[in-house]
Design a protein around this ligand. Sequence first.
Ligand code: URA
Length: 208
Amino acid sequence: MRGEAAPAPDVAIASAREAARTAPTLEALRELMQSFEGCALKHTATRLVFADGNPQARIMFVGEAPGRDEDIEGLPFVGRSGKLLDLMIGAIGLNRTTAYITNVIPWRPPGNRTPTPQETQICLPFIQRHIELANPDLLVTLGNPSTQTLLSTREGIMRTRGRWFDYDTGQRTIRALPTFHPAYLLRSPSYKRLAWQDLRTIAKVLAG
Ligand code: URA
């Protein structure tokens, strides 16, 4: 390792927790994350990818981690899978003025590799606080990593998708629905039919 040693993971997790807890607003949280030094991904990424869309929206979508296009633009879901996400939410009348979008991991892992469990644990207090502060009525986890991390389940997306979970922010319980990640749907388009079912479930709740 070059330069200063990264803090030990348990130290980094504790300092992320402490930092996230003290952020009173989303803007404060963003600034805190900008200056957080406990996650090595920050140093290989170009920039922080905090969120896009409307933080007042009733619905919040959470993916896994930024890819190349997101790292360049500093916004989540702007590449190929983002285009599909826009189409998916557009099919139920949503767009980035009526939805809020972010990821569990706010920095692009090098070469788009899978984030390590340690990196995920370090970033977890930030996304938890992010959800608590945005306080949506409905949380949609996109794909397995986001679902398993946020909804504390070990079941795979084939079993969890379309099923309601409770997400406890510490302040209140939010209804959460896992569905397929758009990148997965690009690779396996036959699952779009099931994703459409999930979108209709979401639309019904938002209309109700
Ligand atoms: N995949 C994700 O999980 N998030 C993004 O922002 C882009 C691709």
